[in-house]
Design a protein around this ligand. Structure first.
Ligand code: HEC
Length: 104
């Protein structure tokens, strides 16, 4: 019982440190944690799937908070698979506008 608690505490503090690191450099942490081939693939998919109706939007014009909701809407419009959506989203998040509020 007791050791389980300590274990959870360790996990919790690990997660806490992790989040702090994330918010300090959100874009860099995505870049360092994503397999190397994913970001270029996401970029290509983005450039191919998202120009049909409007010009490509700058990834850096939107924050990491905004992109997931936008991608939900745009996935339906561009008829991409969930996997393609996730790959594009990873690319967009790695280039997203840095939200100054999350850096503390
Ligand atoms: C079938 C047409 C179509 C396709 C394909 C499409 N979009 Fe859009 N997109 C629109 C329209 C129409 C709007 C403006 C209306 C709106 O915001 O709902 C828009 C708006 C946007 C905006 C601005 C949203 C805002 O709230 O300011 C972004 C960013 C965007 N699209 C990204 C994408 C991405 C990323 C893709 C590829 C996954 C994509 N779009 C594919 C039609 C499309």
């Amino acid at each position: 019982m007791n050791s389980k608690r300590i274990y959870l505490l360790i996990i919790a503090s690990f997660l806490f440190c992790g989040t702090t690191m994330f918010s300090a450099t959100p874009n860099d942490s995505i870049k360092s944690q994503t397999p190397a081939e994913i970001l270029p693939l996401g970029k290509t998919l983005y450039e191919n799937s998202c120009v049909r109706c409007h010009k490509l939007k700058e990834p850096g014009n939107y924050t990491q908070e905004q992109w997931p909701g936008i991608m939900d809407k745009m996935q339906k419009r561009s008829r991409i698979t969930d996997e393609q959506k996730a790959t594009i989203l990873t690319y967009l998040l790695s280039e997203a506008k840095k939200d100054v509020k999350t850096v503390e």
